[in-house]
Design a protein around this ligand. Structure first.
Ligand SMILES: [Zn+2]
Length: 211
C-alpha cells in the first residue's frame, strides 16, 4: 500500500515549476517511438497491476511529465520528454516497479548512472542514480557502496526491491528519478500506468491528484 499513501500525498503537493530536470530523447534504447495516449490507456487498463511498486520511497512531487514541454534551452521550441521525473531527496532509495531481470547497467551523458529492467514485454528504466558502473571478468555491475547495493546484468529482481538511490548523475540540475517505461519497443506515459495502479490498489477510489 506504499503506492497508495504516496499518491494521496501527491494531491497535496504543488508542482514546483522552477524544478524542471531535463532528460530528452535518451539514445540508450533501441527505439525512441512512443505509444499514442489512447493506446496507452487501453493497454494499461487491461492489465492487473496488483504486484507493482511505486518506484521511489520518498515522494516530493512530479517535476516533469511525459510529453511535450518547452525546450530546456529556452525559446519557443517544444521537445518531447520520454519519461516521468519524480523529485526525491538525494540518496533516497528507488524500488523496482515490477518483477524482472536486470537488462542493462550503463552510464551516458543524458541518463547518467542507469539501470534497465526487463519484465516480459516491458522495459523500465531508472536514470541519474548514485554509484557507478563497474566491469569484472566481462560482467557489468551497478555498484553503490554507500547505499549497500550491487546489481549484475542478468540478475533477477522482485517488485519493490531497492535497486538504486536518487542521485545527480547525467544531465540534471537537481536530485530526481527519471523513470521511463517501454512496452514492446514504444515509450508509454508512466503517469497513465501509475493512475491505473492506484485505481486497482485502492479499490477504485481515486483522490484528487496531479496525474
Ligand atoms: Zn526526465
Amino acid at each position: 500500500m506504499k503506492a497508495h499513501s504516496i499518491l494521496i500525498s501527491c494531491g497535496l503537493i504543488s508542482i514546483n515549476l522552477l524544478s524542471i530536470f531535463p532528460l530528452i530523447n535518451p539514445n540508450h534504447v533501441a527505439a525512441n517511438t512512443m505509444l499514442p495516449p489512447a493506446q496507452s490507456k487501453s493497454l494499461v487498463s487491461g492489465v492487473k497491476w496488483q504486484g507493482t511498486s511505486f518506484p521511489i520511497e520518498v515522494f516530493q512531487g512530479y517535476t516533469s511529465l511525459f510529453g511535450y514541454r518547452d525546450s530546456v534551452e529556452g525559446g519557443s521550441k517544444k521537445e518531447f520528454h520520454l519519461g516521468l521525473d519524480i523529485r526525491s531527496p538525494r540518496g533516497s532509495y528507488i524500488r523496482s516497479w515490477k518483477n524482472g531481470k536486470v537488462l542493462r547497467v550503463f552510464q551516458d551523458p543524458a541518463c547518467g548512472i542507469s539501470l534497465q529492467i526487463e519484465s516480459n514485454d516491458w522495459i523500465h528504466q531508472y536514470c541519474h542514480l548514485e554509484g557507478g558502473v563497474e566491469e569484472r571478468n566481462g560482467e557489468r555491475f551497478l555498484v553503490d557502496r554507500v547505499g549497500g547495493l550491487e546489481f549484475q546484468e542478468g540478475q533477477s529482481v522482485e517488485a519493490g526491491t531497492r535497486i538504486g538511490r536518487v542521485g545527480m548523475s547525467g544531465r540534471t540540475t537537481g536530485p530526481h528519478l527519471h523513470w521511463g517505461l517501454m512496452y514492446q519497443g514504444q515509450w508509454v506515459d508512466p503517469g497513465v500506468v501509475l493512475r491505473e495502479m492506484y485505481i486497482q490498489q485502492s479499490n477504485g477510489v481515486l483522490p484528487l491528484q496531479r496525474l
